[in-house]
Design a protein around this ligand. Sequence first.
Ligand SMILES: C[S@@+](CC[C@H](N)C(=O)[O-])C[C@H]1O[C@@H](n2cnc3c(N)ncnc32)[C@H](O)[C@@H]1O
Length: 416
Amino acid sequence: MAMKTVVILGRQPKLGLAELESLYGASNVRPIGHQAALLEIDPCVFNFDRLGGAVKFCKLLTELETNDWTRIEQFLIAAAPDKSTQMPNGKMTLGISTYGFKIQPRQIQRTGLALKQAIKTTGRNVRVAPNNQTDLNSAQVIHNRLTSATGWELVIIRNGNSTIIAQTIKVQDIAAYARRDQARPARDSKVGMLPPKLAQMIINLAAGPLPKQALQNICELPPDQTPTKPKLGRLLDPFCGSGVIIQEAMIMGYDCVASDLSERMVSYTRQNIDWLSQQSNSPIDKNSRLELFQADATTYKWPNRPDIIASEIYLGKPLQKLPGRDVLTPIIQESDRILSGFLSNLAQQIDKGTRLCLAVPCWRQTNGHLIHLPVIDSLGVIGYNRVSFQHSGVDDLIYFRSDQTVARELLVLTRK
Ligand SMILES: C[S@@+](CC[C@H](N)C(=O)[O-])C[C@H]1O[C@@H](n2cnc3c(N)ncnc32)[C@H](O)[C@@H]1O
């Protein structure tokens, strides 16, 4: 059996699925339950670090033709001792996360103890990470060192009548995300804070299928060697604001072209990128180039063609609650004018097939209905096709938190 990868998806799983589909192709991505996906990708070449919508990266161990917990437990008890002998010596820490089962954390804890007893017969000491919930979150996996050489997190996912069993290789680096987000020197709450994970998703939806050079085999690298970043082409963000998309793109290895109408925002991006580049062990590749300048995205002529465009356009002013039509209409018109002006300007400057992902505002009414930007209905006339995804619909590509009035709709387009 070819090696396969399993991922646990983040808070909006359909966004994570679209991101995977964009990079790896729909036929290589199979949703399992509501929160996970199975990928026809060798874990050794999987680009987990650049994903914003996946929280756990696992390798598939097996698939069982049952979803009955007692039988799953029996299987694990039979398989665990042998598996544990393949680990280096030392006390082992075991964790269990389940997805899609109607089961209490207590029951999982009991299974953990039964596995501990079974493994102890091989002469090894085992500690079981406590489950307060049916799954362990990233912080718990890190805290219990479950991805270290003597750690073992079993990820058990219900897939209809069968069950996927996988082992966690890595979880998202929450500390690194927090640093890249909250420690940046130039931040402005008025332009809105784009979470780094959402920036990664925007870039990945714009990127489309990953080129061969991005699929490096990290398992063949000596353990002390970090992989060299592949050259990934030129990314344009013409509404760069404080530079979160640029930051994430440079970490991935893109050369970047960034601009903003506001000189102040240009200087914010400059300060933030300089700050991150100057850190010891900076995640930004030394060879990534950045061109940064002031420009109006609705009229500017870019001297070089971008390979991909990833941007968060003007969202209008932040709103605590939805205002009346008289206030809302001019806000919508302003964002619509900027988006349509930018798309028309860009259409004349990019090659057929060039792919874009733009986060644009939409507004949530109290009845749950969304107000979309009018220009979205005439994208075809301006020269763009909307990319459709097999596992997610257009309404799934809307990022929001329950307390937000202004949501971000992710438009994934190609130039006709
Ligand atoms: C939502 S913010 C982008 C925030 C950004 N993603 C970040 O990481 O901070 C939108 C930006 O669009 C800029 N903007 C508004 N109209 C513009 C135009 N016509 N051309 C270029 N930038 C514009 C604003 O100055 C603002 O910084």
